[in-house]
Design a binder for this molecule. Structure first.
Ligand SMILES: [Zn+2]
Length: 89
């Protein structure tokens, strides 16, 4: 993990020194394993994570996690129902 972060920091420094190539880059990096991928790739072929569009520093954005979002809302609803059931009802 530390090696990956170090490598990412090094790559960010490089791309900051060379802004002209950053504008016209044809690849993005997987946010999980930092593998270089073509811009239209939707699933990283190195770690099989779903990845989004090109974001900051050439890193791909992580796609929005609908499942975790729904689970979060459901757990909050359950919590509110419990409060209502236990104290207000
Ligand atoms: Zn990956």
């Amino acid at each position: 993990m530390d090696e990956k972060l170090k490598q990412a920091a090094i790559d960010m420094g490089k791309s900051d020194n060379d802004k002209s190539t950053r504008q016209s880059r044809a690849t993005k990096r997987c946010p999980e394993c930092f593998t270089e991928l073509p811009l239209d790739t939707k699933i990283c072929f190195s770690c099989n994570q779903k990845i989004g569009k090109l974001g900051k520093y050439g890193l791909a954005k992580k796609p929005f996690g609908w499942l975790s979002y729904v689970i979060c809302i459901l757990s909050w609803l359950g919590f509110c129902l419990y409060i209502w059931w236990a104290f207000i009802r």
